[in-house]
Design a protein around this ligand. Structure first.
Ligand code: G1P
Length: 287
């Protein structure tokens, strides 16, 4: 079955970027001049996704406005003959169909995804987490769709991570199937270094079969009341095979300050209109 829908959980509070995120969503922070969320939405669209479901929360209205028509702005740009900017602004609202669901309480990624059960229905779908920004030739979610189309099972993106940082991720235990393709045998959410079953960490791109919803319904919340997607996937494993794919691309963890800074610098250096001047500036820096 074709993957047409993608889920974007964007209800997180963004506490790591306070005070910047006090009154505006972390997903709207820009890398150069484009909000983080738009990079990920464009990745989905380039991969052939035609419907996007965002799970939002309080204070996230700017995301809805960003992907909507902005009548006053378009009118002003038209009046001033700023056609290039007008095109850029209109392109965003014409991208695809957007749906918004509110997650009333921060009860975890699994809980957020469960909210989309009725909108997704009985078809496989993609999940993209906005903290993971990935620069690649082929959109990473497309790479996962290709694996899904080959094997017809849920597919999760993984990356080899330095053991020191493994405790920030879901980690898989697996066996190799093909070049960069693994069969998941088990998984654990944010293990200690000694408990991590491998150095393959789950990155925020997933293709999920609709059976994930019943699996999530069976998933117990943790001590803080959160339902983890990783543990929903663990339930799904009892019923279905899950594969992991070591994607090709450079990932930035834009959910932490250093990762965000690295992404900003590298995306700016890649820009044809800024790259050369910015590189010269960086070379000459004396601090
Ligand atoms: C989530 C998942 C985790 C995954 C990570 C990827 O964690 O729960 O399994 O490794 O995304 O970015 P979060 O970063 O939201 O705490």
């Amino acid at each position: 079955m074709k993957i047409r829908k993608a889920v974007f959980p964007v209800a997180g509070l963004g506490t790591r970027f306070l005070p910047a995120t006090k009154a505006s969503p972390k997903e709207m922070m820009p890398l150069v001049d484009k909000p983080l969320i738009q990079y990920v939405v464009e990745e989905a669209i380039d991969a052939g996704i035609r419907e996007i479901i965002m799970i939002t929360g309080r204070g996230k209205n700017a995301i809805e406005d960003h992907f909507d028509i902005s009548f006053e702005l378009e009118h002003t740009l038209k009046g001033k003959n700023k056609n290039k900017l007008l095109e850029e602004v209109q392109k965003i609202s014409n991208l695809v169909d957007f749906w918004y669901i509110r997650q009333k309480e921060p009860l975890g990624l699994g809980h957020a995804i469960l909210r989309t059960k009725d909108l997704i229905g009985n078809e496989p779908f993609a999940v993209l987490l906005g903290d993971d920004i990935i620069y690649s030739d082929i959109p990473v979610i497309r790479q996962l769709i290709d694996i899904y189309e080959r094997y017809n099972v849920s597919v999760i993106a993984v990356e080899k991570i330095d053991r020191k940082e493994i405790s920030s991720y879901g980690v898989i235990e697996c066996k190799g199937i093909d070049d960069s393709v693994y069969q998941v045998l088990d998984m654990v959410e944010k293990p200690s270094i000694s408990e991590a079953p491998s150095d393959l960490a789950i990155i925020g791109r997933y293709i999920l079969t609709p059976e994930i919803f019943t699996a999530l319904e069976k998933t117990e919340p943790d001590k803080s009341g959160e339902i983890h997607l990783t543990y929903g996937l663990r339930h799904l494993l009892k019923q279905q095979v899950i594969y992991a794919f070591q994607f090709k691309g450079k990932r930035y963890d834009a959910g932490n300050k250093l990762g965000f800074l690295k992404a900003t610098v590298e995306f700016a250096l890649r820009r044809p209109d800024l790259g050369d001047d910015f590189r010269e500036y960086l070379k000459g820096l004396e601090l």
